[in-house]
Design a protein around this ligand. Structure first.
Ligand SMILES: NC(=O)c1ccc[n+]([C@@H]2O[C@H](COP(=O)([O-])OP(=O)(O)OC[C@H]3O[C@@H](n4cnc5c(N)ncnc54)[C@H](OP(=O)(O)O)[C@@H]3O)[C@@H](O)[C@H]2O)c1
Length: 256
């Protein structure tokens, strides 16, 4: 795809207020490959960066309210987006939580497991992307290519789990991975043009990873724009037979 002939189908980035989601929006606007970019956030008006991007790209960028833990909000966002962009070429689910200012912290040991925190993390990381797919399915059923990419994490791999800990985050990403694979199988029937994958961005310098970067990965984390660009390259290169796979930022397969 070239900047001169933008894809007539829109790209939607869910969870775009900051971090990787925001970087995806920036990169998509820079690449100019889609004639419409929809950025959703639970409180879009609170993201100064999104407002600035909207000021610079008023005709291409559309901001929409969507909280993945509230199905009514997902349904409302669908209604609004479907009027604006009846077909999606790309649906990127980015929202995710590892910790928050209140009750959610990655567990170092069993005694730290808290049912309310587990539910909160599963709501955002696992159930959220599935609800978005449930509502936005009609926009993926068209003659062109559509990619559904769910931002997962290598720590959600069961086969690759050697360190333990982080029960809620690991469990929620493993559940998200199963949902992604199951969705890929259903989409093969109901939206045969769609490719559905789980993506690991590498360690990226965002609010999510910042408190843990030194302890987990000795190497330098990716800048969000570099990470988003790398993953967009992976997305652009996806072949239909790769639907249902779990891929890292360099395109390599990750064990489930
Ligand atoms: N950073 C890394 O090293 C890394 C590594 C592996 C995987 N990932 C995955 O990549 C994705 C993006 O992570 P990030 O590093 O960009 O995290 P981040 O900077 O902490 O951003 C998290 C995003 O999720 C949104 N969000 C949280 N709860 C939401 C809800 N209920 N509804 C809608 N949006 C919600 C946040 O919106 P608000 O501003 O409204 O809170 C924010 O936009 C996540 O799925 C994460 O698990 C990241």
């Amino acid at each position: 795809m070239s900047a001169a002939s933008p894809e007539p189908r829109a790209a939607l980035v869910q969870g775009a207020s900051r971090g990787l989601g925001l970087a995806f929006v920036r990169q998509l606007l820079e690449r100019g490959a889609h004639d419409r970019v929809v950025a959703t956030a639970r409180e879009p008006e609170r993201s100064r960066e999104l407002a600035e991007l909207h000021r610079r790209h008023p005709r291409v960028l559309h901001l929409e309210r969507l909280d993945v833990t509230d199905e009514v909000s997902v349904g409302r966002a669908f209604e609004s987006v479907s009027r604006l962009a009846p077909e999606l070429g790309l649906l990127l689910n980015c929202a995710g939580v590892l910790h928050d200012e209140k009750d959610v912290q990655p567990e170092k040991k069993l005694e730290s497991v808290d049912p309310a925190a587990l539910r909160r993390v599963f709501d955002v990381n696992a159930i959220g992307p599935l609800l978005v797919a449930k509502h936005f399915l009609p926009l993926l059923r068209h003659d062109g290519r559509a990619v559904v990419a769910n931002l997962s994490a290598r720590v959600g791999s069961i086969g690759d789990n050697r360190l333990g800990g982080w029960y809620a985050y690991r469990g929620s990403k493993a559940a998200q991975n199963m949902f992604t694979r199951t969705l890929a199988i259903e989409l093969a029937r109901r939206a045969p043009n769609a490719i559905c994958v789980a993506l690991h961005p590498g360690t990226v310098d965002t609010d999510l990873s910042r408190p843990f970067q030194r302890r987990v990965v000795p190497s330098t984390p990716f800048d969000p724009d570099r990470a988003a660009s790398q993953l967009l390259d992976v997305v652009e290169g996806l072949a239909p037979e790769q639907s249902g796979s779990f891929l890292a930022w360099d395109g390599s397969a990750i064990p489930w």
